[in-house]
Design a protein around this ligand. Structure first.
Ligand SMILES: [Zn+2]
Length: 490
């Protein structure tokens, strides 16, 4: 999770920058009074009373100090405590001793020939030794009436925004990543990571997952099991040793997912690695891989991982097509956020009020804009197909991904055990209509549900009522409930 560490550090770096440059005058004044009353931020030590906030600022202070420079304009900065020339940190050591000058210069402009903005060589030579004199005389001045400004050198704009701070720290981090040894990252894998990171639609959780997978930080059975004898090293689907290669590409389940993906992939042909999947990913994702394919590949990997965790920790087994539907939904949701669908706002359902459904729809397009031709698109072709895998006996049946409006429902309820006590269930409904460009997220509670099946049914019944209210004609229902895996309602 080093990326989060970087994000956090970049936020602190940005705050330190604001303090250093006095962007937030009030905050700077408070901090100065408390932590560096007699000097500037640049020379502030780390020995005063600590607060968590100030300690974290002090941790990144060196980065600020080493990467900032004062752009001299009016010459109003202190020569004793600001980064104005190359020898500023040890400037006291360059004083000519004993000090013979009556009034020691304070500001940069004190070193200029009076009435000009040129270095006063004689005076400087009198105060400082020859090294310092040379360094000072080589310091550029941008003559202007404005106050001196602090510039962040790594950025062309000179400002350390949070984005620039992250870019700087991230670049720094990548340089530190080893290119050989057990923790190494290949150039190709780094390239994939960059592509994922820049991708506009891949959600942050999957980006983080990509980072962890490439950095070999996924807690597979083999990896976690090597740290604790209590963790089973074997795969829950097929009991072979579960390393990254096995989990994501070699296991019969993963192979079935990839083989039934579009386009189909024989993942057993990918390079097998003892540790990590960098070579396999490099074979799968190349320079020419489109953004859409990259999105699909990573979303698929993510759901293979989720399916694996569900079987390991929840004893819940996914079917291959559940993975595909989850991938498809995830991609549709991500794409709809990106502007293909107008946001229709939050929809509120309150079944507790006599099961009357309250619907609030904002920005919804009127039904009149729906064209007749659009409806035909919603009709699904019943064209299930079957395929066998070449090297094992798993066969999966996949319904064709339905076109047109879809409604996903799910319910969460504690598992049915023994007597069926009525209990609270949460239901979730997601409706997406690509033709009318609608999407709805609905959350609701069922107060007295006696079984998981009842909760699932309540979710579907609520969804169907909403769909009727919305005058949607052909909708495919999708749910992860086994007993009603695929229904069409129209
Ligand atoms: Zn397996």
């Amino acid at each position: 999770m080093r990326d989060l560490v970087t994000v956090n550090r970049s936020l602190i770096l940005h705050v330190a920058w604001n303090v250093a440059t006095g962007k937030n005058a009030f905050l700077t004044a408070i901090l100065k009074a408390k932590y560096f009353p007699n000097t500037s931020f640049w020379s502030a030590g780390n020995n005063s009373t600590k607060s968590v906030f100030w300690s974290s600022v002090m941790q990144v202070k060196d980065i600020i100090v080493n990467n900032c420079i004062i752009q001299i304009q009016k010459g109003n900065s202190s020569i004793w405590s600001t980064p104005w020339c190359s020898i500023w940190k040890e400037i006291h050591n360059h004083l000519n001793l004993p000090v013979t000058v009556q009034n020691l210069p304070q500001k940069i402009s004190d070193l200029w020939t009076p009435g000009s903005m040129n270095w006063n060589a004689d005076f400087i030579n009198e105060v400082f030794d020859s090294d310092a004199t040379t360094a000072i005389q080589n310091t550029p001045v941008v003559p202007s009436d404005c106050n001196d400004v602090v510039k962040w050198r790594p950025s062309s704009k000179g400002s350390c925004s949070t984005k620039e701070a992250f870019r700087f720290l991230n670049k720094d981090l990548q340089v530190q990543l080893p290119t050989n040894g057990a923790r190494s990252i290949t150039g190709e894998a780094m390239e994939i990571l960059r592509k994922v990171w820049k991708h506009k639609l891949i959600p942050p959780n999957i980006k983080t997952f990509a980072w962890r997978l490439i950095r070999r930080a996924i807690a597979t059975g083999a990896r976690a099991g090597s740290l604790s004898s209590k963790i089973v090293k074997n795969c829950d689907s097929c009991s072979m040793i579960e390393n990254d290669s096995h989990l994501f590409f070699r296991c019969s389940f993963a192979r079935a997912v990839w083989f039934s993906a579009r386009p189909p992939l024989r993942s057993s042909m990918l390079p097998f690695e003892q540790d990590g999947v960098q070579e396999a990913l490099a074979a799968l994702i190349t320079r020419t891989t489109s953004d859409a394919d990259l999105h699909r590949i990573w979303t698929t990997l993510w759901y293979i991982w989720k399916a694996r965790n569900d079987i390991r920790f929840n004893r819940k087994k996914w079917t291959v097509w559940q993975v595909h539907h989850a991938v498809q939904t995830d991609i549709e949701i991500a794409s709809s956020y990106n502007n293909t669908c107008e946001d229709t706002g939050i929809t509120v359902v309150d079944p507790s009020k006599g099961n009357k459904i309250l619907l609030q729809v904002q920005n919804s397009h009127s039904a009149g804009t729906l064209q007749q031709g659009g409806r035909a698109e919603g009709i699904q072709r019943h064209e299930d197909f079957q395929m066998g895998l070449p090297s094992n006996d798993i066969t999966c049946r996949l319904p064709v991904m339905p076109l047109g409006a879809k409604c996903y429902t799910d319910a969460s309820l504690t598992t049915d055990i023994g007597e069926q006590q009525p209990r609270m269930a949460g239901i979730g409904i997601f409706i997406i209509d690509p033709v009318r460009r609608h999407k709805f997220f609905i959350k609701a509670q069922v107060k007295r549900s006696t079984s998981v099946l009842m909760a699932e049914a309540a979710a579907m019944a609520t969804a169907s009522t909403i769909i009727r209210l919305l005058n949607m004609n052909v909708v495919s229902f999708l749910t992860d409930n086994r007993s009603s895996e695929f229904l069409q309602w129209g």
